[in-house]
Design a binder for this molecule. Structure first.
Ligand code: KMH
Ligand code: ZN
Length: 280
């Protein structure tokens, strides 16, 4: 079995800095986090940008996005993936402009779902536009599958538009969002069994307390992992996460125990079919 791609999702768009001061929201905090997580075994960073001058709220400001991609590329070898999901309040048009920042990869959620008390909107025409624009700009999408219907929508995208840039199809099964599939081994197995044959690799994410059982199950099934404070703020009962690197270290240890040690960033680039954009 191959090694394990570990993705870190350090920030997200749903947690307030005021509630969790250790959440990395400034560019400096994000770069420091990315460096420590790379040293701990991460190969890909899934990025949501915050406006540190305006209460650390989520932003899709094009200058901040571009500066963030550049800073992460200069400071690390990580595959840099920008979120096109943004926050539940971001308009669809603004979410498409994320590609202007020329990330290595972008997230692409394969359907609308309830997201707690909000709605995370992803109509099929938006998914289609994002898919084609990512192909044209040579950005590798990671398909975020929050529900089994999203697996079927991925099938529809592939039938309509062919393979993504790079020829690989990597998905992340996100379990445990209130409104999506539950964070259980049974849901994960059902999702994996439904994946189209074009899928070349898959990761799994468990939200909140689901993160450990879902990670263990994914490792046992040959899948890859995503962890981070976007998905989980509690390291253990009564013990908040102090730094994203703790979460990466723990699953890197688990993956090594399972004889599937963390992939290096260059191995992750091969796995995902990422274009070389670094100038070094
Ligand atoms: N913030 C969520 C509404 C993504 O990054 O593409 C969506 C999200 C998915 O985080
Ligand atoms: Zn995200």
């Amino acid at each position: 079995m191959p090694g394990t791609l570990i993705t870190v999702a350090p920030t997200g768009a749903e947690t307030d800095k005021a509630d969790v001061p250790q959440l990395p929201t400034t560019l400096e905090e994000l770069v420091e986090t990315a460096q420590r997580c790379e040293a701990a075994g991460a190969a890909l960073v899934h990025v949501h940008v915050r406006d540190s001058d305006a209460g650390h709220v989520p932003t899709l400001d094009p200058v901040r996005l571009r500066d963030t991609v550049q800073a992460l590329r200069e400071a690390t070898d990580l595959v840099v993936q920008l979120s096109t999901g943004g926050s539940v309040h971001d308009p669809l048009e603004a979410r498409l402009t994320v590609l202007d920042a020329e990330p290595d990869s972008c997230s692409l959620t394969c359907g609308t779902l309830n997201f707690g008390d909000d709605v995370f909107l992803n109509p099929f025409p938006f998914m289609s536009d994002l898919y084609v624009q990512a192909q044209e700009r040579e950005v590798v999408p990671e398909f975020e599958l929050f529900d089994l219907g999203h697996v079927a929508a991925l099938r529809r995208l592939l039938d309509r538009h062919g393979l993504p840039y790079g020829g690989k199809v990597h998905v992340d099964l996100v379990t445990g969002v209130p409104g999506g599939m539950p964070g259980t081994v049974e849901a994960l197995v059902a999702g994996v069994q439904m994946l189209p044959p074009e899928v070349t690799s898959w990761s799994a994410t468990g939200i909140g307390r689901a993160h450990l059982p879902v990670a263990a199950a994914a490792l046992a099934m040959g899948g890859h992992l995503r962890v981070g404070m976007e998905d989980n703020l509690v390291y253990a009962r009564g013990r908040p996460v102090q730094h994203n690197a703790e979460l990466v270290e723990r699953v890197a240890g688990l993956a090594t125990t399972m004889q599937r040690p963390p992939l290096r960033p260059d191995e992750a680039r091969d796995l995902l079919g990422v274009k070389e954009r670094r100038s070094r």
